[in-house]
Design a protein around this ligand. Sequence first.
Ligand SMILES: Cc1cc2nc3c(=O)[nH]c(=O)nc-3n(C[C@H](O)[C@H](O)[C@H](O)COP(=O)(O)OP(=O)(O)OC[C@H]3O[C@@H](n4cnc5c(N)ncnc54)[C@H](O)[C@@H]3O)c2cc1C
Length: 429
Amino acid sequence: MKSGQPYPNSWYHASCKEPQSLPSLCGDAETDVCIIGGGYTGLSTAIHLRKLGFKVVLLEANRIGWGASGRNGGHVGTGQRADQAALEKWVGLDAAKGLWQLGLDAVRKVESLVNEFDIQCEFGEGNLHLASKYSHADDLESEVAHLKNTYNYNGASYLCSDQVAELTSAQGSYGGMLDSGARHLHPLKYALGLKHAAMQLGAELYENTPALTYQEGGKTVIKTPEGQVRARVLVLACNGYLGNLEPRIAGNMMPINNFMIATEPLSEELKTRINRDQLSMSDSLFVINYWKLSEDGRMIFGGGENYTSRFPCDIKSFVRPYMLKLYPELKHCTIDYGWGGTLGITMNRMPDFGRLSNSIFYAQGFSGHGVPTATLAGELLALAINGQSEKFDLMASVPTHRFPGGTLLRWPGLVAGMLFYSLLDKLGR
Ligand SMILES: Cc1cc2nc3c(=O)[nH]c(=O)nc-3n(C[C@H](O)[C@H](O)[C@H](O)COP(=O)(O)OP(=O)(O)OC[C@H]3O[C@@H](n4cnc5c(N)ncnc54)[C@H](O)[C@@H]3O)c2cc1C
């Protein structure tokens, strides 16, 4: 695990006041719970544990929000990353209904933390999901009906392509689903708001402090370069940046890289044409494109991914064609920022919650749906540590599969699969 890294040069970082560094851990600390990882999972766990009265130490190898939590699209979607019809097959209708409700709770949890701690993170409402293929429009229409009839969810409506065209000038859409229950935000401002909340509640946070190894015993001892933490319970909240820290769970997910750009601020006319109602938007391709406008009127666009340990050397040129395919009218716009981040995906795209023992808990593999789900994970981890594990166990009950080949050989199979599906995107199938 790389440590001591500065924030990437993203628009998110440029639009936040550089947060003052927190100290790194020097010497020994004793605590009830040690959390490794300072993204939404770790921060939300710290907040909810402090509310329950636990003593908490959080170790972050770089800066708080340095990982995916400070780099993502900021979409706060309803439900789970896997669709409900698939969940019904995997776990049955009753459990699928429970998972749907947890998905709604996750969005509410984000909103309630934003309100409770007055986090100024450009919080907005509504997501428009576009059908990129003719058959996807039928799927979206059926999904809206299914959510209404089976889940009593009235927040989603189906829009035909003419109705979509009133909201956005995006090319190549065959219809869409407008979800008024979804939210969106500035991800790094949200992460930094959670940091302040955790500290205000009395959690001890250390930056530039990688957990190097740990050993279970009566108390788990977590070694860092200049000290150690002795903790009754350990929480692993490292997601796509877990590396070799815990091989027993590394093979349950695959780290992949996803990329984003921010244009220069757009004219009022362009902004209205592209996104009349200030929604977050996404499409239905396998390698999903997702976008929204920033508070200062930039197009913040995510598209393209890779499966290697390196980012493309010119991220702006890598992502720009995905944006221009949807919005050719942006061809004269300067791209001011380009950045990437690493996220953990699972085989079935459902997050991987679990325990390695009574004293080691983890949540990871949010598969591109972590803004709400990692935030909720923090609450469920805290409750489970407090002995109230019903909701944590429901999330953990969804069968996850290890990637074939485990940690060493997961790449070839995944890369072949991903490339196959992204080829179908390109062929329009
Ligand atoms: C480009 C991009 C776009 C995305 N868009 C969206 C979106 O629009 N909506 C959505 O819901 N999700 C999205 N996601 C996914 C979402 O960002 C993640 O699911 C979520 O942020 C995961 O939070 P986390 O706290 O689990 O992990 P992270 O935020 O990745 O945090 C893990 C932290 O652990 C630290 N760490 C790792 N190992 C150690 C160690 N040994 N010691 C100490 N610290 C360690 C890392 O430095 C890192 O800061 C996106 C992700 C990316 C990369």
